[in-house]
Design a protein around this ligand. Structure first.
Ligand SMILES: Cc1ncc(COP(=O)(O)O)c(C=O)c1O
Length: 457
């Protein structure tokens, strides 16, 4: 039998999901140990080709890079049946949100390139997600999951009638996206929110048919109460419909379509840098993995340097990166301007494999609640820290911690460029402003940012 073109395994302990597992989202060994258990999807890039189709729907265009597609093909479904399944779901998404998923625009922005002092050779490339389903990129993670669940049911991997409740803890873009996608899939969704959640968002979630569960803090309880209630719901059998790799590793895959689209649109033109805002880390993890696969498949001239952006109030990823980097041999640790050059993947993997056995030495929740205008990147932990630290080390990128003034400046620039982006969505541009000022990104270089969330209200 030929080896699978796509499989799922835990990057912390090596556990591999059985191909017959309908819900292979979380490592079976994840529990109370200190190992960083995150399920990752591994593609056999040596045996695959980068899709060159022109389908407007990314889930159709890049289907041969999706786990659910290989699951379906291996079980005897044909390409047409898979496409029909996606098309039916997209029709439902459109009925709920006005339109389904489509490839989003990528362009060199002349105004931003000019304002940031780039030459004609270089510039700022903006990938604009603000008009995507539910107003952010988050739906990509969840649509990938919904397609997987539908395929698993079609193949009989889930017992007939076992339409499990979906669950998420969020009161922002992820919750809104989950509510739209769950509704499109005609699935019950429970959304765990903080007791003081925005009433406008709660109203919208209820309007979309989700069950909203306010989570006041219980006496003596430490940590995020909404997340604690979600964990209880998952333990009782709900499906993690989340945008966090530790709860659902397959959620990363749908986000990778952003990177595949960038690779297709650049059509062989190399970008030197990509700067990504990080909350829980799923977005950056997805882009890192997608860009890497695109490069391995020959669709990108080379991987760009991946830089990340967090706020002065909350930067757990930067803390983890600094700690991991301190484990490198002195020669590799040294580098120009505070970041090492690209390191060999084997060396990166060696140091992160060791780090992943002692998660609590690298990642823990913030002690006091931070504030920022970039509310979407204040997660108490960077759940997908390992993959993102690995990508920064392997590409020679760095973690940036930006001020509130920078976030505001970037947001004004985004508006000047004609995009109704919110401060979280333009935070990558804040990082690029810092990188330009520090001289890390040269005037003749090409840098990409993602405008990920629409300004609401
Ligand atoms: C608009 C927007 N951009 C970026 C992010 C960060 O994504 P992640 O949490 O996957 O790091 C978020 C998260 O809520 C968001 O809402």
């Amino acid at each position: 039998m030929r080896p699978p073109l796509s499989y799922l395994r835990c990057s912390g302990c090596g556990w591999a999901a059985a191909a017959t597992d309908a819900y292979p989202f979380r490592c079976a060994n994840a529990g109370d140990d200190d190992v960083d258990h995150v399920v990752i999807r591994v593609l056999d890039t040596a045996a695959l080709h980068f899709p060159r189709g022109t389908e407007p729907d990314p889930f159709a265009r890049y289907r041969s890079l999706m786990h659910s597609y290989h699951l379906a093909m291996d079980a005897g479904l044909d390409d047409d049946e898979y496409l029909q399944l996606i098309a039916a779901l997209e029709r439902s998404v459109a009925a709920v949100d006005g339109h389904g998923f489509g490839v989003t625009p990528l362009r060199r922005d002349a105004l931003l390139s000019d304002r940031l002092g780039f030459s004609q050779a270089g510039g700022v490339w903006v990938k604009d997600e603000t008009a995507n389903v539910s107003g952010s990129h988050k739906g990509r993670h969840l649509m990938g999951l919904l397609i997987h669940i539908e395929v698993a049911e079609r193949l009989g991997l889930a017992a007939p009638g076992d339409r499990r409740t979906l669950a998420i803890a969020s009161c922002g873009n992820a919750a809104l996206a989950a509510a739209v996608v769950a509704r499109a899939g005609d699935r019950r969704l429970r959304v765990f929110v903080p007791a003081d959640a925005d009433t406008g968002i709660v109203g919208r979630l209820r309007g979309l048919g989700s069950e909203v569960v306010p989570c006041p803090r219980q006496p003596g309880e430490a940590g995020d109460p909404a997340y604690l209630r979600l964990r209880e719901e998952l333990a009782a059998g709900a499906v993690p419909f989340t945008c966090q790799g530790n709860e659902n590793g397959l959620a990363i895959e749908g986000g990778e379509t952003i990177a595949y689209e960038i690779a297709s649109d650049l059509a062989g033109v190399a970008i030197d840098h990509i700067v990504i805002q990080v909350g829980g880390g799923a977005l950056a993890s997805a882009c890192a993995q997608g860009l890497r696969e695109a490069a391995e498949l020959g669709a990108l001239a080379r991987e760009p340097r991946l830089h990340t952006v967090q706020t002065t109030g909350a930067h757990p990823l930067e803390r983890a990166y600094t700690r991991v980097r301190a484990m490198l041999p002195a020669g590799e640790r040294a580098g120009q301007g505070g970041s090492p050059g690209p390191l060999r993947r084997v060396d990166v993997e060696r140091v992160l494999t060791a780090a992943a056995q002692h998660r609590s030495a690298y990642m823990w929740p913030w002690e006091t609640e931070p504030k920022s205008i970039a509310t979407g990147i204040l997660d108490d932990e960077t759940y997908d820290w390992r993959a993102v630290v690995a990508a920064m080390l392997a590409t020679g990128g760095r973690p940036l911690v930006v001020t509130e003034d920078r976030l505001a400046e970037a947001n004004e620039l985004g508006a000047a460029a004609g995009v109704a982006v919110d401060p979280t969505g333009s935070a990558g541009l804040a990082g690029l402003l810092d990188l330009r000022q520090a001289g890390v990104v040269g005037a003749d270089e090409r840098a990409a940012v993602l405008f990920t969330g629409v300004r609401r209200g």
